[in-house]
Design a protein around this ligand. Structure first.
Ligand SMILES: [Ca+2]
Length: 196
């Protein structure tokens, strides 16, 4: 009789232990899936935050584009104030852009007509290129060799200033052709902004 009761007590204890173990396992599983859901939410929030940053950048660019003009992959914004090359370059960088550097004849034409309309018929603007480091080797603002060039060569055979002219301008009067120029000269400028 006592043995049977003992058996039942042990059986019930085992039953209780088993079910509490199962509950604990279930809880663990629930915890794991909650953690996964939180991680997923965190990831989604990060993605949304990234999207917001991109949208803000695009909006800022569009504001620039609305003030200036948009060409393939970038916007140009003119600054009619005449200043030396380095000042013009730093001002563009401060605005999040760089001095304009047309990469194709088409882009050069669009820049030329934009400058003619926005700054004036007889203007010259700084280009974002120079040959300061080695004479005759023209590089852009990221120090890469310039591939597209539009030097005036019909009349004066540019660039012809040697070591005294290590910067360059686009001339509206000369139909968008380029001339080398003393970097300390004061010229108008155009910043370019890449569209992501
Ligand atoms: Ca030079």
């Amino acid at each position: 009789m006592m043995e049977a009761r003992g058996f039942w007590v042990v059986f019930c204890l085992l039953l209780v232990a088993h079910s509490s173990l199962q509950q604990r396992r279930k809880k663990k599983e629930t915890n794991a899936s909650t953690n996964a859901a939180i991680e997923e939410l965190k990831k989604q929030i990060d993605d949304i935050a990234q999207d917001v940053i991109l949208l803000k950048e695009k909006q800022a660019l569009q504001t620039v584009c609305l003030k200036g003009i948009k060409v393939l992959g970038k916007c140009f914004l003119a600054d009619p104030v005449k200043k030396p090359f380095h000042t013009a370059s730093e001002d563009c960088i401060a605005k999040g852009g760089s001095l304009c550097t047309p990469l194709t004849g088409d882009e050069n034409d669009q820049l030329h007509s934009y400058v003619r309309q926005s700054i004036g018929q007889e203007e010259h603007i700084w280009l974002g290129i120079n040959d300061m480091v080695s004479e005759g080797i023209w590089v852009d603002q990221s120090e890469s060799k310039v591939r597209f060039k539009n030097w005036e060569m019909d009349i004066t055979l540019q660039p012809d200033g040697g070591r005294s002219q290590n910067c360059a301008i686009l001339s509206v009067t000369a139909n968008g052709k380029w001339f080398d120029e003393n970097c300390r000269a004061e010229r108008a400028s155009v910043c370019e902004f890449n569209i992501v």
